[in-house]
Design a binder for this molecule. Structure first.
Ligand code: BJW
Length: 242
């Protein structure tokens, strides 16, 4: 059940710019595991061994194999009703921006147009030495080498690495210039991505949260809608369409 006030529906309908800021919970219903929590990836794997440059340099084949495994899951996954609803919001609102921490490309595949990817994209890879980009090599079982001899790594952001500046700057601009900022399926503990919620709030946006449980940022939200993104987003969309 969606418990949203009529006045909030009106605010969304009249908004000039709506941002959806998504995390791993957004894709949970597409069969992609979240990071934290009971069934999270970090319960089975150690981030310090897999999601940082030292782990990769120590054991590149193991890290590559882990990304190959996750790439297979992403490739076989489909956007869920939540991704599809966000894409459909574009038809009913003047400006919609998606800022995602996810690397799975599912917002794009659902049809969203204006997307900032803060933590990269698992479908791209690049040479650490000459920075040449490579797609379509995720099937290779061991870490591939570039023509220049450099190691090829996934184009994702590991702990201790800077976010792609163009993506983060675009996201900051969107967060500081929007009327409504939806925070969907993120624990909001990873920075600087989570700082965008504070940016949006400080710049006057109304924050709505969609999550299966309350988080550290629930206190910033006008409403925290508790439930699955794939259920709640289509319900909000339906209200906007009426
Ligand atoms: C549902 C649902 C459903 C489930 N519907 N909801 C101390 C203070 C501040 C910062 C730091 C600090 N110590 C270290 C840092 C920096 C660090 C950081 O933030 N660490 C914190 C963990 C403490 N940040 C960095 O290192 C970043 N870079 C940086 O700071 O650069 C500057 C710098 C450079 C050099 C030197 C020093 C500084 C980079 C962060 C990169 C994050 N990378 C990852 C991996 C990406 C690649 C990969 O996938 O392999 O990004 S980690 C992982 O966490 C991934 C995610 O994008 C990110 C966020 O996770 P997310 O999306 O929130 O997922 P979960 O699992 O946490 O939450 C899921 C939520 O969904 C839950 O709330 C569920 O309830 C909910 N849910 N089902 C709705 N159906």
């Amino acid at each position: 059940m969606l418990d949203i006030k009529k006045s909030d529906i009106e605010k969304i309908k009249n908004a000039g710019h709506v941002v959806f800021f998504s995390g791993a919970g957004m894709s949970q219903e597409s069969g992609i595991a979240t990071f934290r929590g009971k069934d999270g990836i970090w319960n089975k794997f150690k981030p310090e061994e897999l999601a940082n440059i030292n782990g990769f340099m120590k054991n590149p084949d193991m890290v590559w194999e882990w990304y190959k495994y996750r790439h297979d899951i992403v490739r076989n996954a489909e956007p869920n009703q939540g991704h599809i609803a966000i894409a459909e919001f574009q038809k009913y609102l003047p400006k919609v921006t998606v800022i995602t921490q996810n690397i799975d490309n599912l917002h794009k595949r659902a049809g969203s147009k204006n997307i900032f990817e803060l933590h990269g994209n698992i479908e791209r890879n690049y040479c650490m030495k000459c920075k040449t980009f490579y797609n379509e090599i995720n099937e290779i079982p061991e870490v591939p080498k570039c023509r220049c001899g450099g190691l090829i790594r996934p184009d994702v952001v590991w702990f201790g690495e800077y976010l792609p500046q163009d993506q983060f700057q675009g996201a900051e601009l969107a967060a500081s210039n929007c009327d409504i900022f939806f925070v969907v399926g993120t624990s909001a503990v990873v920075y600087p991505a989570a700082s965008l919620i504070y940016t949006a709030k400080d710049c006057g946006a109304i924050i709505f949260e969609i999550n299966i449980e309350k988080t550290d940022i629930s206190i910033l939200a006008r409403e925290s809608f508790i439930g699955k993104a794939g259920n709640l987003l289509p319900m909000i969309l339906k209200e906007i369409k009426e």
